[in-house]
Design a protein around this ligand. Structure first.
Ligand SMILES: C=C1C[C@]23C[C@@]1(O)CC[C@H]2[C@@]12CCC[C@@](C)(C(=O)O1)[C@H]2[C@@H]3C(=O)O
Ligand code: AKG
Ligand code: FE2
Length: 343
């Protein structure tokens, strides 16, 4: 196994900001609710949802299966790998040399796919895939509900214009269970330097929306619009929602995908479950008609989800891959140039 290089795996922990993450109560009156969802997407691209109606038992069953798997021996876990495309991964993230202080299970949400992958993961694959299936169903429903609220809050005529992208049977959504092992504080060189280990380096998620849940151990941080890292207090009973790159495009840049990272400076193991909601591979992604107008033309060239994924997998984790799809702006014309143009 390749040892992580000290310079690429550490970050300073001091420059963070103590402000609140938006919390949205899904039981609220609908028009106020859709407004709040849009505001949170615009301001942070990130928020917490409460009163989500996801049964606790569905979450705890998947958590139990994850804990069971990660407590196996390294050689047993390795038999479920590599995670390219699906299965167990350890330290390696993606295909281009990114590394983190974590291990994980990556599963496609297509039932045929995760049923097959489950055979290499669990001693009782049927129970494992059943826990996965129930969790995916709930996470998908929550993601659809949020996208429908977004459409309403943006006054888009068709309430389903965003949720339809992730409802299709052929959608390319994935589920990832991340496990960040605890760090022994006494022995850890980073602790002594007041630096934290990077569990999962900074990045934005390429998909439309991410639904995230973790156990009661902190580590996730989001980048605020003014460039500060904001630690997210863990809340195992609730879900966190992240705007992904594809939703940034669908809203023509009105929402910006949230950059985030996970640190592992905790004494306890952290486990997160991430549902990444994506469209089918051959679907085109470009701003919703209402979001691009002659006065506010599309900022992005149209692309299929397959093309975007291919671009993402050819780059590093932290790269801003949407730059590749930006419409070339006309040579920077200042407002003065426009005003002095002869008629
Ligand atoms: C380095 C990478 C890992 C990643 C694919 C990517 O090329 C860039 C984004 C990463 C991410 C983040 C969200 C979940 C994920 C499965 C995805 O689709 O994009 C991961 C990919 C991965 O871990 O393989
Ligand atoms: O574990 C976390 O909180 C974040 C992980 C993450 O960003 C990811 O899996 O894409
Ligand atoms: Fe992420």
């Amino acid at each position: 196994m390749v040892a992580p290089s000290p310079t690429s795996m550490r970050v300073r922990t001091r420059k963070t900001k103590a402000v609140g993450i938006p919390t949205i109560d899904l039981s609220m009156e609908r028009s106020e609710l859709s407004e709040q969802v849009v505001r949170a997407c615009e301001e942070y691209g990130f928020f917490k949802v409460v009163n989500h109606n996801v049964p606790r038992e569905v979450v705890s069953r998947l958590e139990e299966k994850g804990t069971e798997f990660f407590s196996k021996s390294t050689s047993e876990k390795t038999q479920a790998g590599p995670a390219t495309p699906f299965g167990y991964g350890c330290r390696n993230i993606g295909l281009n040399g990114d590394m983190g202080d974590l291990e994980y299970l990556l599963l496609h949400t297509n039932p045929l796919s995760f049923t097959e992958t489950s055979k290499t993961i669990a001693n009782d694959p049927t129970k494992f895939s059943c826990a996965v299936s129930d969790y995916i169903e709930e996470a998908k429903e929550l993601a659809c509900k949020i996208l429908e609220l977004v459409a309403e809050g943006l006054w888009v005529p068709d309430k389903f214009s965003l949720s339809k992208f992730i409802k299709d049977v052929d959608c390319d959504s994935v589920l990832r269970i991340n496990h960040y092992p605890p760090v022994n504080k006494n022995q850890d060189q980073y602790e002594q330097l007041d630096q934290a280990r990077v569990g999962f380096g900074e990045h934005s998620d390429p998909q439309i929306l991410t639904i995230m849940r973790s156990n009661n151990v902190g580590g996730l941080q989001i980048e605020t619009p003014d460039g500060l890292w904001l630690p997210v207090s863990p809340d195992p009973n609730e879900f966190f929602v992240m705007v992904g790159d594809a939703l940034q495009v669908l809203t023509n840049g009105r929402f910006v995908s949230v950059r985030h990272r996970a640190l592992t400076n905790a004494a306890e193991a952290r486990m997160s479950m991430m549902y990444f909601a994506a469209p089918p591979l051959n679907w085109w992604i470009s701003p919703l008609p209402k979001m691009a107008t002659p006065h506010n033309p599309s900022l992005y060239k149209p692309f299929t989800w397959a093309q975007y994924k291919q671009a993402a997998y050819s780059l590093r984790l932290g790269d801003t891959r949407l730059d590749l799809f930006k419409v070339q702006q006309k040579e920077d014309t200042s407002i003065v140039d426009i005003l002095v143009q002869p008629k």
